[in-house]
Each structure stands twice: as C-alpha cells, then as structure tokens.
Design a binder for this molecule. Structure first.
Ligand code: PGA
Length: 238
C-alpha cells in the first residue's frame, strides 16, 4: 500500500519524515534502519540530531545499514558515503560504531543481505529517488529480484555526481548497492523527494505500471510505503 503526503516545503517534509523515524525508535529502541545518502535526507538527519541534542532521542541501541557506497574511492574520501554519514549524522548522535554498516566490496553482497536478515530485517528503509528513477544505485534496468551487488552507474548519474568532484576522471563509475529485493524486504519504506527535477521520476514511479526502466516503481509491489513529497516533486502527479 502506498500513502502519499505532499508538504509545502522541504523543511516540513524533513520534519515529518524525522517524526516517523523518531516514533519508530521510541516504539522499538532496537530498530534496524536502512539509511540513504544524497541531499534529500539531510534535513531529516538534522532533525534527528536536533532531537538528540535536546535530550529527547537516543539512538544508542539502533542499528543502521546504509544503502550504498561508491567503488573506487577510499572510505575517507570527502565524497564517500562513509564520510557523508559521519558528517550529516554519525558524528552528532549516539549510534555505536559497531552498529553502523555499509555494503563493502571486501565482502560479498550476499553477506550484507544475510547480515541484515540475521539482525532481524530492516524496520524502516529511508529512500531518495534519482532523477532517472533509481533507488540506491539500482539504475534503470535493474532486476526487481536483485540483491546487494556491485553495479555500473548510469551515465546520467555520473553526470549528476560530477559536481561533487574536482575532476571528471575522479567521479566513480561503479558502486555497491542494496538490491531492489533487499530494499523490498524492509517492513516499512519511506521515500522522500523534493524539487521539480524529481517530478517526472515520481510520476513515472507511481503513476505508470511497474517497470524495471523506473526502479522506484518496484515500490508499488510493497505493502507499506510512505511517499513524502514537496509540492514541486508532486508537480507531475495527477
Ligand atoms: P539526492 O539523490 O537526494 O541528492 O537528490 C537522490 C538519489 O539519487 O537517490
């Protein structure tokens, strides 16, 4: 089942997403969270940090599994998702380092999926959406039964990412990502999108029949998805 909520702006969208996560953690302090990177969840993470600083939220028993990481840049590269998570969440809250997980080319993707399963499965997976409809780094064409694996990035994704790197030859061309099947195993999924550049992807994902050409459309087959949009990202929905 998909529930849609449209917010007037990014701030209120982020606040609502954070409140959903905070409710989940208060209900079950041992929550397993699937985390996303990118510009979209920064406001949500900022709100979690704010609540933690005010003494209203502890994440000390939460376990996290990140969606993806680049292949070909070191973990301490300023654009790595390890560094992104430090900067935007981990350095500011009390999730123990041993409870934070990333897919890693040192291990097989299958091991990552097994680790998630053996830990009890993801309670909530947070997702953004790419302008091309990708979720994690499952690019158009990714099979709906895909598991965690190394993938080639779409040319459009490489172009979108180029702004974060000094030289175009530095921009990673591969990543390791949870698969679509891995994501769909989460009990609940929150997809956030803001900005007009996401409007076409959102409409293609939720108003057309599910197709591997629009990876986020797989979410139509899930039993508990909440799509949080700002008015711009909802602009192409009828
Ligand atoms: P963004 O990326 O949050 O930076 O827009 C989302 C995505 O590509 O999944």
């Amino acid at each position: 089942m998909i529930k849609y909520t449209v917010f007037p702006d990014y701030f209120s969208l982020s606040k609502a997403a954070a409140e959903r996560i905070i409710r989940q953690i208060k209900h079950n302090p041992l929550t397993l969270l699937g985390l996303a990177t990118g510009s979209t969840p920064i406001g949500l993470y900022a709100r979690l940090i704010d609540q933690h600083r005010r003494g209203k939220l502890s994440l000390s028993r939460v376990t996290t599994f990140n969606l993806d990481e680049y292949v070909g840049i070191p973990k301490d590269h300023p654009q790595s998702y390890h560094v992104f998570m430090q900067k935007h969440l981990f350095d500011h809250v009390d999730i123990p380092p041993a409870r934070r997980h990333f897919p890693d080319t040192d291990k097989s993707g299958t091991q990552y999926d097994l680790q998630i399963m053996r830990s009890g499965g993801l309670d909530v997976q947070i997702l953004g959406i790419g302008a091309n409809g990708h979720i994690g780094f499952n690019e158009p064409g990714a099979a709906f039964d895909s598991k965690t694996r190394v993938v080639e990035l779409a040319e459009s994704t490489i172009r979108d990412n180029a702004r974060f790197f000094d030289h175009s030859d530095e921009v990673p061309r591969q990543a390791i990502t949870m698969g679509i099947a891995t994501i769909l195993q989460a009990r609940h999924i929150i997809l956030m999108a803001n900005g007009a550049n996401k409007a076409a992807a959102v409409a293609a994902a939720f108003q057309e029949r599910p197709s591997v050409n629009v990876p986020a459309s797989c979410l139509q087959t899930h039993h508990s998805v909440h799509v949080l949009l700002d008015t711009a990202a909802a602009g192409d929905l009828s």
